[in-house]
Design a binder for this molecule. Structure first.
Ligand code: NAD
Ligand code: UDX
Length: 463
């Protein structure tokens, strides 16, 4: 079966870039991305591609190459479902904020709504692809919903988790380490898998397209994120020990990373990992393990989160301690708000929690981030409900000029590893700060020696 028409439900950080790349690489396939968020769809359709809802290096060019030809963004969900042979579900699966599993389990209400809508609308056979990250065995629930419509339509459910990282999404999609597709082991399941393999084979060599049963595929996604986050928590645990012992975490990371069994990637010590995936997916894994009575498995993975929370907390606490045990009324400049460089995404960014702790200590925070908008920064803080919106407005200012953000500051905290921070005129920044002038480099990106020579009191992570 050759796929000619694809629909993707969810025009977010995954649906948008993933489908844009499929459309770009497969000119014979019509790809329609739909969403209930009208503003988001309007932004994807904006003539001015600098206004796309997501910032990713290379994304605008890919969208421009296919939009209006074989790539469409729409709010007409029913029409797109109806026309498609293959439907990707790429909606959000956040941590539940209510009811059983609150704060741990994945909230699958958006997934279920999609399945119900597909069941209601579909008039002919469809392949439904789970693109969202889902708890293992979700495909069974989707199947139950789809198979009980009584309208004679046949559905195949595939799991095709997405491994792209934000900030490098386009490169990750164009040159993935592997593509994973899980499906039923019977003949119909294998046929559906084959149809999706053929889509990816337009630009990815077949030996990199891995096919498994559907449960292995679902669980591999949670496992991959748990292993990656665990590496960051492991090196961050060592960073605290380095600070006590005179070891340097960068040297330790290099020394262990050269062991090919360990590998050098994902060993950068930081103020703590953020992003919409790691915490949510590990909490979900912990919840699943507990639901099977596997308490030791649950405790093991929960430590990754406990360590990460500790790393964020101790960064803020160290600022307070170093600034003579008080930051009340002092200006602290934040360089970076996004959870990593090259993205405008701020979900679960460490900066939010460090800011919250410092606001609790009555600091005044001045934020500069090259891609994050003022609105997003206040939204992140207001979402915590620690204080009123007015209080957040009073405690935090947002700047479009980094030098302005740092002017008259008592200290600078680097929260995101944006490359441009390395190129600033640090002498000028120093001259305009209160003395002694402190820098807390939560990403270990600045030139420590050069900053010390200027006169800064400098602290990195794990040194
Ligand atoms: P997102 O919040 O950016 O996008 C999800 C979109 O789905 C939103 O625009 C929302 O309006 C839309 N939506 C929700 N319910 C809908 C419905 N019933 N009909 C139509 N549209 C609906 O989320 P995201 O970051 O793209 O993540 C999507 C999924 O992919 C999640 O399961 C996530 O865990 C997974 N994932 C994310 C990343 C990442 O880097 N962000 C990477 C891999 C996997
Ligand atoms: C992650 C996974 O990498 C990706 O495969 C999955 O599809 C989605 O979740 P993402 O969250 O976009 O991607 O970015 P990632 O590069 O993994 O970084 C996550 C967080 O860990 C960031 O806050 C980053 O700064 C931090 N990190 C990463 C470190 O602190 N040190 C490292 O060595 C690597």
């Amino acid at each position: 079966m050759k796929i000619k028409n694809i629909c993707c439900i969810g025009a977010g950080y995954v649906g948008g870039p993933t489908m844009a790349v499929i459309a770009h690489k497969c000119p014979d396939i019509k790809v329609t991305i739909v969403d209930i968020n009208e503003q988001r769809i309007a932004d994807w359709n904006n003539e001015d591609v600098s206004k796309l809802p997501i910032y990713e290096p290379g994304l605008a060019d890919i969208v421009l190459s296919a939009r209006g030809k074989n790539l469409f963004f729409s709010t007409d969900i029913e029409k797109a479902i109806n026309e498609a042979e293959m439907i990707f579900i790429s909606v959000n699966t956040p941590t539940k904020t209510y009811g059983v599993g609150k704060g741990m389990a994945a909230d699958l209400k958006y997934i279920e709504l999609c399945a119900r809508q597909i069941a209601e609308v579909a008039k002919d056979d469809k392949i439904v692809v789970e693109k969202s990250t889902l708890p293992v065995r979700t495909a069974q629930a989707i199947k139950n919903i789809l198979e009980n419509t009584g309208n004679g339509v046949n559905f195949q459910i595939l799991s095709n988790p997405e491994f792209l990282a934000e900030g490098t999404a386009i490169d990750d999609l164009l040159h993935p380490d592997r593509v994973l597709i899980g499906g039923d082991t019977d003949e119909a399941g294998q046929k559906a898998i084959g149809a999706l393999v053929d889509v990816y084979a337009n630009w990815i060599s077949r030996d990199k397209i891995l096919t498994t049963n559907v449960w292995s595929s679902e669980l591999s996604k949670l496992t991959a994120n748990a292993f990656l986050a665990q590496r960051v928590s492991s090196i961050n645990a060592m960073s605290e020990l380095c600070e006590k012992t005179g070891a340097d975490v960068n040297e330790v990371a290099k020394a262990i990373g050269m062991d090919s069994r360990i590998g050098s990637k994902f060993l950068k010590s930081s103020v703590g990992f953020g992003g919409s995936c790691f915490q949510k997916d590990i909490l979900n894994l912990v919840y699943i393990a507990k639901s099977y009575g596997l308490n030791e498995v649950a405790d093991y993975w929960e430590q990754v989160i406990i360590m990460n929370d500790h790393q964020k907390r101790r960064f803020g606490a160290n600022i307070v301690k170093t600034l003579y045990n008080t930051v009340s009324g002092k200006k602290i400049a934040f360089l970076g708000w996004a959870f990593k460089k090259d993205t405008n995404d701020t979900r679960e960014s460490a900066s939010i929690y460090v800011a919250d702790d410092l606001l609790y200590e009555q600091a005044n925070i001045a934020v500069y981030d090259p891609k994050v908008k003022e609105k997003a920064i206040y939204r992140d803080l207001n979402y915590l409900s620690t204080r009123t919106e007015e209080e957040n407005k009073k405690g935090v200012t947002v700047h479009i000029d980094p030098y302005e953000a740092c002017k008259d500051a008592h200290a600078i905290a680097v929260l995101t590893e944006w490359d441009e921070f390395k190129t600033y005129d640090w002498q000028k920044i120093y001259d305009n700060m209160k003395k002694p002038a402190f820098v807390f480099d939560g990403r270990n990106i600045l030139d420590e020696g050069a900053l010390r020579d200027i006169g800064f009191i400098f602290q990195g992570i794990g040194k």
